[in-house]
Design a protein around this ligand. Structure first.
Ligand code: ADP
Ligand code: MG
Length: 234
């Protein structure tokens, strides 16, 4: 009975999500159609209109690609990785963008190997989402602190601390709801997808925040001991 209930709850969530995606995509499609219709009988293209059309197309593309991450079958390519390199790659990827916005990453990684069983691309996606949110919360720059350490014996802890605008109690309650965003170009999908991915990795996802001070995102993942990974010992 309980299982049935849970299944029907899940179906409702999927249905709501699908309706949400359809709605979010229909808006830019309507705009695109309007502009195309306007231009149907004129010989020249107004560059202002083409700019809007391009950004509406980009928006559809972003929503679809974020959504696809959810649709991918889980547990396809789980491997054992040193999560210091996974997170390190993401930091290098975003470093120049951070510089452009006067943001500095302060990185504090454990000196020892931290192995986790993961779908590395999905985990990277989570780190990108979290770091981008931190950067977007700091329009006038500042420091983002990244910590990565192990909590004995079986936990890997990843913590991202920003000095951004923070999140009020009211907004906090809406986080994780699909399509909740306070950004003009946001999709409101990043956190929900990140939470799902961490769940499929049997980890935990936590957000603490203080308005005007900043936000701390903590992710914990099950950590493997080296003796649990025979292929690495060869
Ligand atoms: P998006 O970034 O597209 O808005 P997300 O799901 O990534 O969607 O985030 C949802 C909302 O959560 C953001 O619009 C923002 O209001 C809030 N948020 C997330 N991370 C932070 C952060 N580090 N600081 C302040 N607000 C945040
Ligand atoms: Mg985001």
């Amino acid at each position: 009975m309980e299982e049935l209930l849970r299944r029907s709850e899940k179906l409702t969530t999927v249905g709501q999500l699908a309706a949400g995606v359809a709605h979010e995509i229909r808006n830019p499609l309507t705009t695109l159609r309007g502009f195309l219709q306007m231009q149907q009988h004129s010989k020249t293209m107004n560059p202002l209109h083409t700019d809007i059309m391009l950004s509406e197309l980009d928006r559809i593309n972003l929503i679809v690609s974020e959504f696809l991450i959810l649709a991918k079958p889980q547990a396809v390519n789980f491997q054992t990785k040193d999560v210091r390199y996974t997170l390190g790659d993401v930091v290098s990827l975003l470093d120049s963008e951070a510089h452009l916005h006067n943001i500095e990453f302060s990185v504090h990684f454990s000196a020892e190997t931290i192995l986790v069983h993961c779908e590395e691309n999905q985990l990277k996606q989570v780190f990108i989402n979290i770091l981008k949110n931190a950067m977007e919360a700091m329009p006038s720059g500042g420091q983002i602190t990244l910590m990565l350490y192990s909590e004995e014996p079986h936990l890997a802890v990843i913590r991202v601390i920003d000095e951004g605008e923070g999140i009020s109690k009211e907004r906090m309650q809406k986080l994780g709801e699909p399509f909740y965003t306070n950004k003009e170009k946001g999709t409101g999908l990043g956190l929900m997808i990140s939470q799902r991915i961490i769940e499929t990795h049997k980890g935990c996802f936590q957000i603490e925040s203080e308005v005007g001070k900043g936000t701390v995102v903590t992710i914990t993942l099950p950590r493997l001991q080296e003796e649990e990974v025979p292929q690495l010992m060869e």
